[in-house]
Every structure is written in structure tokens, then in C-alpha cells.
Design a protein around this ligand. Sequence first.
Ligand code: SF4
Length: 105
Amino acid sequence: MSTNKLEFRTICTTTIIDYDKCEPAKKNIPNPSCGFACIKADRMYDRNILRISNNRPVLAVDEEAARKMSNESLSWEYACNAVGIGAIEINVDFPGLEEYRKRMM
Ligand code: SF4
């Protein structure tokens, strides 16, 4: 994985923010056209896990604290996709899915 990504765990997801795609990080600008939609979504629908630092979204808490928090709304990924950029990927754990699929085949 590129080092220009932020990857961290929450209770049941893995989030990856790709700074090579993230508009303000890529251009190093404080007023991107995306309006930091992911940060706004975090304030509205999630747990204030993200903040802006050096013109990019970063963790507002340490990784251990993030690991104990929930972000099931998936709002960051939705918000970034809604502004047409798609720099955030949130993968949700689905324990037992593979075994279930095998049983159903
Ligand atoms: S909405 Fe997307 S492009 Fe904008 S700051 Fe967040 S991750 Fe970067």
C-alpha cells in the first residue's frame, strides 16, 4: 500500500483515505471544492473521529481510541463520493459471510 494513505480501524470497519485522490491533500489547498465534505459528515453523522490538519482529513483521536469507536453510518465515504471524488473507502467486517456463502452453494 502507498504511504500516501491513512488507514485505521474502528470497531467493525477499516477506513482508507487516499491522499493521492483527496483534493485538498493533493493540491495542498485550504478551501477545496469538496468543502471537506467528509469532515462535515463526520460532525453530522459520526463521532468526531476526523479533523483537518495540513489541508487533509486526519484522525482526531489516536488509533487506539478510534479502534473503540463506531462509524457504521459510512458517511465519510458517502460524502466524498457525493462530491465526485471517491478518496475514501470503508470496508465493513462481515464475520461468517464466507462460511455462509459456502453453505449456500
Ligand atoms: S471529502 Fe474527499 S476529497 Fe474532500 S477532504 Fe474529504 S477525503 Fe478529501
